[in-house]
Write a protein that binds this ligand. Structure first.
Ligand code: DGL
Length: 283
């Protein structure tokens, strides 16, 4: 089978990396919407339209499943697309295609509960409050998806989101490490000030931030564990495939990298993360 991995840019490669390790036999097509990156400061309707166009490009190229490796697209567009577009599009295409996101697996990992867990008992006594810090784009923070979905399931987890301004754009543009370090330190300080102490756990809730996870790691106290979104997502997709035998991962192992932006090599930050030069073809 062919699995499409979609992001506004290079950030989703952090999820792609984890997926390829777990499901090596599948073919993967990575699509970066670099003509329209970043998504994090865009209006909801634009994010929905761009995400839909990206999914269509991947399905028309033969993908069976698309993973939205972008918190912003998943937070703002996924439910809308699943409810209002996908059923008719499937009929038009005549194939059982699907779109999955990265927020559900991340929330499952952060709460330790399956997505289908019944709503929590609101009268429960809370002995210890676990403070979870989430670094994300402004659009993901404004959606409040992590706050709402975690609060439905766990009364003892308090979520504080930190919108990290232009950080995804700066990573995409290959900004100098010193500049990124200063920005990350500023966001960690701002979140710590708002909570009144460092978070007990943290999530890099924008796939671009995983590329510079070492800078977040250095800015956060050593005792603050990070919930690893790419691993949580890859494990969830692997379980999804096991439950859906109609999707056979196969043994092709083909890897394609496409961009709506300028084809060619990518920046040094992502190539260091990836461990080799990366070449993107025109989408
Ligand atoms: N990498 C994306 C995310 O996970 C989007 C970043 C952006 O385009 O602003 O949110």
């Amino acid at each position: 089978m062919s699995i499409g991995v979609f992001d506004s840019g290079i950030g989703g490669l952090s999820v792609h990396h984890a997926l390829v390790r777990r499901i090596p036999g599948a073919d993967f097509v990575y699509l970066a919407d670099q003509a329209n990156t970043p998504y994090g400061g865009r209006r909801g309707e634009e994010i929905v339209a761009l995400t839909r166009a990206g999914c269509e490009r991947l399905f028309e190229g033969g993908c069976d499943l698309v993973v939205l490796a972008c918190n912003t697209a998943a937070a703002v567009a996924l439910r809308r697309l699943q409810q209002t577009w996908l059923p008719a599009y499937r009929r038009e295409l005549g194939r059982a295609v699907n779109v999955l996101g990265i927020i559900v697996p991340t929330i499952e990992a952060a709460t330790g509960l399956p997505w289908t867990h019944e709503a929590r008992d609101r009268g429960e006594k809370i002995e210890h409050l676990d403070v979870l810090g989430i670094f994300s784009t402004p659009a993901t923070a404004a959606s409040r998806v992590y706050e709402i979905e975690i609060d439905k399931r766990r009364g003892d987890v308090a979520v504080f989101s930190q919108a990290c301004g232009t950080l995804a754009r700066d990573i995409e543009a290959g900004a100098a490490e010193g500049e990124l370090r200063a920005a990350v330190e500023g966001h960690v300080r701002a979140l710590t000030r708002r909570i009144g102490r460092p978070p007990d756990r943290a999530i890099l809730g924008c796939t671009h931030y995983e590329i510079i996870a070492d800078l977040f790691r250095a800015a956060l106290p050593p005792a603050t564990p990070l919930v690893h979104q790419p691993d949580a997502t890859a494990a969830a997709i692997e379980r999804y495939l096991a439950r859906h035998p109609e999707y056979d991962p196969g043994a092709g192992g083909r890897r394609d990298f496409l961009t709506t932006g300028r084809p060619g090599a990518q920046n040094g930050l992502i190539e260091r993360f990836w461990g080799a030069p990366l070449h993107f073809d025109a989408a």
